[in-house]
Design a protein around this ligand. Sequence first.
Ligand code: IMP
Length: 197
Amino acid sequence: MDKFVMATANPNKIIEIQNKIGNKHQFLSLKEIGCFEEIPETSDTIEGNALQKARHVFENYGYHCFSEDTGLEIDALDGAPGVITAHYAGENRDANANMDKVLREMQGINNRKARFKTVIALKMNSNEYLMEGIVYGSISEVKRGNDGFGYDPIFIPDGYDRTYAEMSLEEKNKMSHRALAVAKLKTFLDNYTKGPF
Ligand code: IMP
């Protein structure tokens, strides 16, 4: 069994990924390898931040590591909030304030196209892999729905007339940007044998 660190302090994310990917590999949290420092995320791209975290763990702790980073990119806002999705309206990372800011900036704008993007970066020895999950959609005029988190109440995936927050968690988790990226990671790891990595 191979060990991979997932660069998160959140034990629920480890359980979720272990359930999805199965027991062929073992996933460790940052806590389990004794990594308690704040890992820098200073890149100006989502891809860069995901890679930065995976590299930090590999270089300082010697484990294969993957890390994920997610952002909402809105066409009419030139790709914002993008890399600062989590703290678009300020350092306290308030989801309602973030959505209110987006809705304010989108007032009167007809082009409401947006996309949610999750990038998983995997660092294994000298190799680096990026796996991306994108869901295209649009920004609603007002917040709708009570489920989910973050920007869920204002994001309507293409092909649906409901926001992410109006879907059950089960429905969202089958088709979300994160699910698509994790599916790519699963395919990669299913095919991974100790080899030229
Ligand atoms: P992270 O990279 O997973 O920490 O995500 C960054 C930010 O994107 C979060 O703080 C949320 O605001 C937002 N976000 C990530 N995934 C989702 C989602 O599935 N729905 C709504 N917002 C999300």
